[in-house]
Write a new protein. Structure first.
Length: 136
């Protein structure tokens, strides 16, 4: 007859995975910590830059609308020809690939519409589009 001996082994919890996770968390927080004190210890003359460029993506297209009565709107905001020229020149230097879509009312006069197109051209707008609708 086989005699069974009582087992005195206590159930244990394996702590190895938990210790691994704790070490990984410690390493993650040590690597991700910002040590700003070391940045200011040594006096260094940081070089300057010649021309600043915007790091954010610029607008895809601006929409300039000319109403029937000759009012000018830039992206829904009413503006004047002078202010439009200033805004276009500033935008063309900041965003060289800026595109402008010019929409004019078909019942309006051609004079204001032509002036807006001329302003866009003289401001150096790279991509100039004219909005039209297809006739049936």
């Amino acid at each position: 007859m086989a005699i069974r001996l009582p087992r005195n082994d206590d159930p244990t919890i394996n702590l190895t995975p938990m210790i691994d996770v704790v070490f990984l968390l410690i390493i993650f927080f040590m690597v991700g910590a910002k040590f700003s004190q070391s940045e200011g210890r040594i006096p260094v003359n940081v070089p300057g830059v010649d021309r600043l460029q915007s790091l954010v993506r610029g607008p895809d297209r601006w929409v300039v609308e000319v109403s029937k009565d000759g009012k000018i709107f830039l992206d829904g905001q009413e503006t004047t020809l002078t202010q439009l020229g200033i805004d276009l020149k500033r935008a063309a230097t900041s965003y060289p690939d800026l595109g402008v879509v010019v929409r004019g009312d078909g019942a309006g006069t051609l004079e204001t519409y032509a002036r807006v197109l001329s302003l866009c051209s003289s401001a150096g707008i790279a991509h100039l589009d004219v909005a039209v609708r297809k006739l049936h």
